[in-house]
Design a protein around this ligand. Structure first.
Ligand code: BJW
Ligand code: ZN
Length: 269
């Protein structure tokens, strides 16, 4: 039988004061307070849209226009939003750690670049980013923050947040500057492997850390979902910050329920 983890802030702060290498594993909940919808839960993206029609390689090959409209909409939304207190606390903590010669790294599942916009420098993006493209023909990966990414996509989608059924021709979708091939968002869809270099670096950070924070993730998507349990099984303290309990809560040492902007502010005050 598992006991509930501790929600003793003083005990967490004592663990933090001793830590020399922290990894923060983050998910969509960190950006929720910036007004960016999460994936699961009552208001989650996957309630309104079917993930299998939008976030798989098969969905893109059968309907690139629909998939690009979804990603164009999300790029524009994210560009209109700003990092919140949770992002800022993590960025400030990284700076404080660095100033003391200690290590602080963010391993994020988020594709919104809000950690970087808040000032975090050590960020590993497990699931890629909305603001890079990958060519389906030559494989070139390039940063892309253009708004809108194409005029055709801008016209297909007004201020309306619904995915219209407009079927855009391929010529209206983003194309490669090097070979004119169709571009895709450089994100990791279901059934796709994570970038091996990113995965290796994340693994190495997790293996070395002496404190792990798990913030705003439902911990149901693999392989990210198994990272913190592996850290906990080494006997290293893991602290979860979430509105809800998750399948992993019971195996962590600390659990702080609530909006992570508030719980992190208390934990790092
Ligand atoms: C707050 C808050 C606040 C809210 N404060 N908290 C069965 C078993 C094991 C694995 C599988 C399986 N069946 C299929 C798989 C594999 C699959 C998988 O894991 N599926 C599960 C769903 C079952 N995984 C994959 O396919 C991965 N690839 C893979 O396994 O490859 C194998 C392979 C190897 C070699 C060759 C080929 C293949 C890839 C997974 C990619 C996931 N991609 C997405 C989309 C990215 C692009 C996009 O954004 O469109 O990534 S899915 C989506 O989920 C996104 C997220 O990064 C990811 C995780 O979601 P996250 O961040 O946890 O968000 P939510 O919404 O789930 O949770 C939010 C949380 O925040 C909640 O808990 C709230 O309570 C909380 N919260 N507000 C604090 N203010
Ligand atoms: Zn190309």
């Amino acid at each position: 039988c598992q006991s509930m983890p501790s929600s003793d802030m003083a005990a967490f702060r004592a663990a933090l004061a001793k830590a020399r290498h922290v990894v923060a594993l983050t998910g969509a909940g960190v950006s929720a307070e910036s007004g960016i919808p999460t994936f699961r839960g009552p208001q989650g993206l996957w309630k309104k849209y079917e993930s299998s029609k939008l976030a798989t390689p098969g969905a893109f090959s059968s309907d690139p226009s629909l998939v690009w409209q979804f990603y164009h909409y999300r790029r524009e939304l994210v560009l209109s939003r700003v990092p919140n207190m949770a992002h800022k606390i993590l960025a400030d903590t990284e700076k404080k750690f660095k100033a003391q010669g200690l290590e602080f790294c963010i391993v994020t599942q988020n594709v919104d670049e809000l950690h970087q916009r808040a000032g975090s420098e050590n960020v590993l993006e497990l699931h890629g980013t909305l603001f890079k493209t990958k060519c389906t023909k030559c494989g070139d990966v390039a940063p892309n923050h253009e708004s809108p990414i194409t005029e055709g996509l801008a016209k297909s989608l007004d201020a309306d947040d619904d995915i219209p059924l407009t079927n855009l021709p391929i010529s209206d979708l983003p194309s490669c500057k090097k070979c004119t091939g169709l571009l895709r968002p450089a994100v990791v869809w279901f059934g796709e492997a994570l970038d091996p270099a990113v995965l290796k670096e994340a693994q190495s950070q997790l293996d070395k850390c002496d404190l792990c924070l798990v913030i705003g993730t439902s911990s149901v998507v693999y392989p990210a979902a198994m990272f913190a349990p592996a850290v906990a099984s080494r006997g290293v303290p893991v602290a979860e910050f979430n509105l809800e309990v998750t399948p992993n809560t019971g195996i962590f040492g600390f659990y702080f329920k609530g909006e992570c902007s508030k719980t992190l502010a208390e934990a790092f005050s």
